[in-house]
Design a protein around this ligand. Structure first.
Ligand code: PEP
Length: 254
């Protein structure tokens, strides 16, 4: 039985005051009967990590994540934030390879393999994102591209390390567009990813890997998506910015 996860990706949104309010509202709403066995994660902007940690206090139902980290550990890399820094703040998760990082900051497989290594080295759990743009889906090349993204960034890991990675399948055409993949499209791709993992690591390891779906998940579609056998929860952008919407999405994993 894999752990269900619902992770909110706040991206570059909210003032500190707004962020504190959102965290405290969701924290108040996410009782055990709401989240069931699901793990809830807030992936918040770097400067708010400590403040939000304070807001959550000893609420063990919600964990924190960053949205990126450097491939370097320390040194003269002005403006960067490293995995050991996140570790020292007590942050357990980090999103890596979000499509916006790939698109706007030129992140490629080689870089993401390094970021994954440095995150794992410092005990962080990477939430590794993959997913195809619309033209690739329309050319029916989505399975080839996504398996390649996974392979190039993760297949250098040994099985024990791979098991520490959470994968998020996020079709680029569904991110922030209001156009969600159907439950069948999500399930199909998750099964393809799992099969690809099994081809390298064996079925027993592949069956342990948590694979999240991301792309316009909302209160209305979360339950159907999260009920798919290979969908272990979601990475949620827009709907994570409103406490009521996010709480409804969390309920979908229960
Ligand atoms: C995301 O940012 O990872 C995402 C899936 O966004 P949205 O839910 O808004 O599509």
């Amino acid at each position: 039985m894999r752990q269900k996860i619902v992770a909110g990706n706040w991206k570059m949104n909210k003032t500190l005051e707004e962020a504190n309010i959102l965290a405290s509202e969701v924290s108040g709403m996410v009782a055990d009967e709401v989240r069931g066995n699901a793990k809830v994660i807030f992936c918040v902007p770097f400067p708010y990590l400590t403040a939000i940690k304070g807001v959550l206090g000893n609420n063990s139902r919600i964990a924190l994540g960053a949205q990126n980290c450097s491939e370097h550990e320390w040194g003269a890399y002005t403006g960067e934030v490293s995995a050991p820094m996140l570790k020292s703040l007590g942050i357990p998760y980090v999103i890596l390879g979000h499509s916006e990082r790939r698109q706007f900051f030129g992140e490629d497989a080689k870089l993401l393999a390094k970021k994954t290594d440095v995150a794992l080295k410092h005990g962080l759990t990477p939430i590794f994102c993959c997913g195809e743009p619309l033209e690739v889906r329309e050319a029916n090349q989505h399975e080839a591209l996504v398996t390649k993204q996974v392979e190039e960034a993760l297949f250098h890991l040994d099985a024990a390390s791979l098991e520490k990675v959470v994968i998020a399948y996020e079709p680029v055409w569904a991110i922030g567009t209001g156009k969600t993949a159907s439950a069948q499209q999500a399930q199909d791709m998750h099964a393809v990813i799992r099969k690809h993992l099994a081809s390298k690591y064996g079925q027993a390891v592949a069956d342990k890997i948590i694979i999240l779906y991301g792309g316009s998940v909302n209160a209305a579609n979360a339950k159907e998506l999260f009920a798919c056998p290979d969908v272990d929860g979601g990475l949620v952008g827009g709907a994570s910015l409103k406490s009521r919407d996010f709480t409804e999405v969390i309920k979908g994993a229960n």
